[in-house]
Design a protein around this ligand. Structure first.
Ligand SMILES: [Zn+2]
Length: 251
């Protein structure tokens, strides 16, 4: 069996396991201070039919329910970090399950397991299993030691989607809130992923906010270079929005 991964933009990705599709961290609109920096591969009403939606945390650029409300099927099930369900229901999607690390949910024939994450707000990462394949979705977490447990529990990760921009908050003494490109490469190696796709790297806050509030220098190319230098057995694959990556079952 194969599965196909298509970035919508930022950390929003369509995961397609032979027609069973999940959407991660929906972000479809822009507002002041939040610019994608790349085109949007799908509008919410142009998405393929989804078996579910995964949400890692409640930041607008990962949890844009106002725009996602244009998706026609409001019975689509959500699996979200614990604490976010009420906002999903308020947005008109009644079918929602909350998870914390190592709690599981079934979406169609896919098994979703929440995994650890750390960010400026509560967050989970996710492992998705379907058709004998496993995928790790990192949201925009820091590289925390607790993520090593993913490799212990899932010795066979076929694909890892990892944030790479290394975002830090200037007014908070440059406190880092997202892993760097080099840390993402190291995590890809720890996970022994066959293929690693960078996410979360073209977003900008606009020139003024970037100068005053945010600091980041991680790019997809830096991630790919770091991985090639340190763990060439893991293949880095940079995906433009809308460009499908087909991952086959061979290893
Ligand atoms: Zn965030």
């Amino acid at each position: 069996m194969t599965f196909t991964v298509t970035r919508v933009a930022h950390a929003c990705v369509v995961l397609d396991f032979d027609g069973q599709r999940l959407l991660t961290d929906p972000w479809f609109s822009e507002r002041r201070g939040y610019y994608r920096g790349e085109p949007l591969a799908f509008t919410p009403d142009g998405l393929p039919e989804l078996a579910g939606v995964l949400v890692s945390h409640g930041h607008y650029d990962h949890f844009d329910l106002a725009a996602f409300a244009a998706y026609p099927d409001h019975e689509v099930p959500f699996v979200v970090k614990r604490g976010l369900a009420a906002r999903v229901r308020q947005a008109g999607f009644p079918n929602v399950v909350e998870v914390d690390p190592w709690e599981q949910a079934s979406l169609g024939g896919l098994r979703v397991t929440a995994a650890p994450a750390r960010h400026s707000v509560p967050e989970v990462s996710f492992v998705v299993e379907g058709g004998g394949q496993s995928l790790f979705f990192g949201g925009d977490t820091l590289r925390i030691a607790a993520l090593d447990e993913v490799a212990r529990r899932y010795p066979r990760i076929d694909l890892a989607l990892l944030p790479v921009n290394g975002l830090a908050i200037r007014p908070a003494f440059n406190r880092r809130v997202v892993m760097t490109a080099e840390q993402a490469a190291e995590l890809a190696a720890v996970l022994r992923a066959r293929v690693a796709v960078p996410i979360h790297y073209r977003y900008t806050a606009g020139p003024i906010r970037d100068r005053l509030l945010l600091k980041y220098d991680g790019t997809a190319e830096r991630f790919a270079d770091a991985l090639a230098a340190t763990e060439p057995t893991v293949q880095a694959k940079i995906l433009e929005p809308g460009e499908p990556l087909i991952v086959d079952a061979q290893r």
